[in-house]
Write a protein of this length. Structure first.
Length: 417
């Protein structure tokens, strides 16, 4: 029987793989330009890490974790996200002693046992950043700004930030009670999941896709019950976003699917993506490190899904700027000469050496199949005269030039076209 990829897992090939690397490179370089540094985290963690951070009443922990017991009897999980791992690492390595805020970025795969569909996979890649150790709303805005800058570098413009504040441990309990009271009246209308959420995690009912908009609109809003500290923080975030010209829209029903958030939560959506339209999500998590046993340390960050970004880039016919390809066709006896040429021109071109070196005519045909813009031909005549014949595959124009002039002539042959 043919062996195929596992459900929800996929190969990333060809153009998609090129786009994948483009996103990775652009994201990393933008994060670096804002002073963020890399962290490389393990894929497997103790399952308890996610129970205690994401929360054991969330869909991710309750239904979607790849959990297993290793040969030593440890209960482990493939990470469903990376913020919890960052927090674990921060505590484990006493990073509170470093200059705060610690600004880090990460890139890697995450695993969630979800129902696979477009934009939703069981293995997917995230790029994310975290700024840990400072409560300032400037950092909430900075992480959104980094996200926007990455997307701008990828040419994605039809974007919207959805913003909300979900309060803190001072104001949220009171709001939760009000919400439960308001929802109890509608108990029979709730979907089965929300019936279970009512007392355990009522905020999640606000972003359940099965509940009606009418019901959600009738419910009390967290933003109307924020304590002074949370309200001031939220107002500052909105003011700075406005000052920096970052478009946002307040969405009182945005609560996010992870329990560690407090105060600011946000998502950036693309109008081109349809149902799975959150390109990225994030927020503040001022209790996470403390809840995992560290010193009380605030943090804020976001993570973006690479597969969803690839979809958007494909729809927009994004082209990765690649160096033009030169294909070197040569007579086998001149392989050393051909290789010297390859070394010289490889700084400015992608260069492929014909693997056969048998027949010039067939070599040129292979060059065409491999999408070369220029073919460098080294036959007996050329080798004896320390020269190269350069052919532009698009225009068909061909010239023979001395080796010292080949770079200049190649450029002219491309520009002439
Ligand atoms: P999240 O919203 O669960 O947040 O995931 C972030 C992004 O990962 C989503 O916006 C989406 O693009 C992508 N994503 C999530 N699940 C899937 C899936 N099954 N298939 C494809 N892409 C997916 C977090 O993970 C938080 N750790 C973000 C954060 C960082 N908050 C603070 N710092």
């Amino acid at each position: 029987m043919e062996i195929k990829t596992v459900k929800g897992f996929k190969d990333i090939l060809g153009e998609e793989a090129t786009l994948f690397e483009e996103i990775e490179n652009k994201a990393k370089s933008v994060a670096q330009s804002f002073g963020y540094q890399p962290i490389i985290l393990p894929t497997v963690e103790q399952s308890e890490l996610f129970d205690r951070s994401i929360g054991n009443t969330t869909d991710i922990v309750e239904k979607e974790m790849f959990t297993f017991e290793d040969k030593g009897g440890r209960i482990l999980a493939l990470r469903p996200e990376m913020t919890a791992s960052v927090a674990r690492s921060f505590i484990e390595h006493h990073l509170e002693t470093s200059a705060l805020p610690l600004k880090i970025y990460y890139f890697g795969q995450c695993f969630r046992y979800e129902n696979p569909q477009k934009g939703r996979y069981r293995e997917f890649y995230q790029f994310g950043i975290e700024a840990i150790g400072d409560i300032s709303p400037v950092l909430d805005v900075e992480v959104i700004q980094v996200a926007f800058e990455i997307l701008r570098h990828l040419g994605i413009k039809d974007l919207k930030v959805k913003l909300n504040s979900i309060g803190c441990r001072t104001c949220r309990p009171n709001y939760k009670n009000l919400l439960i009271e308001a929802l109890k009246i509608h108990y029979d209308e709730l979907c089965n999941d929300c019936k279970k959420r009512l007392y355990k995690n009522p905020l999640r009912i606000l972003d359940c896709k099965k509940e009606s908009q009418e019901l959600k609109e009738s419910l009390p809003k967290m933003v109307d019950y924020l304590c002074t500290d949370c309200r001031t923080h939220f107002e500052k975030v909105k003011t700075i976003l406005t000052q920096l010209g970052i478009p946002f829209e307040c969405d009182p029903n945005l609560v996010r699917g992870l329990d560690y958030y407090s105060k600011t939560v946000f998502e950036v959506v693309s109008l081109e993506l349809g149902a799975q339209n959150a390109l990225l999500g994030g927020g503040r998590y001022d209790y996470l490190i403390e809840d995992l046993g560290g010193r009380s340390t605030p943090g804020v960050g976001f993570a973006m899904g690479i597969e969803r970004l690839i979809e958007v880039l494909k729809k927009r016919n994004y082209t990765v700027n690649k160096l033009p390809k030169v294909y070197i066709v040569y007579d086998q006896q001149f392989i050393t000469f051909a290789n010297e040429i390859r070394e010289i021109i490889s700084k400015e071109y992608v260069v492929e050496l014909d693997p056969k070196g048998d027949n010039i005519k067939k070599g040129v045909e292979r060059a065409s199949k491999r999408g070369a813009l220029l073919v460098f031909i080294i036959g007996e005549n050329e080798a004896n005269n320390n020269a190269i014949t350069i052919k532009n595959m698009k225009s068909g124009k061909q010239i023979t030039v001395k080796r010292e002039e080949m770079l200049k002539s190649a450029k002219e042959l491309i520009e002439d076209d």
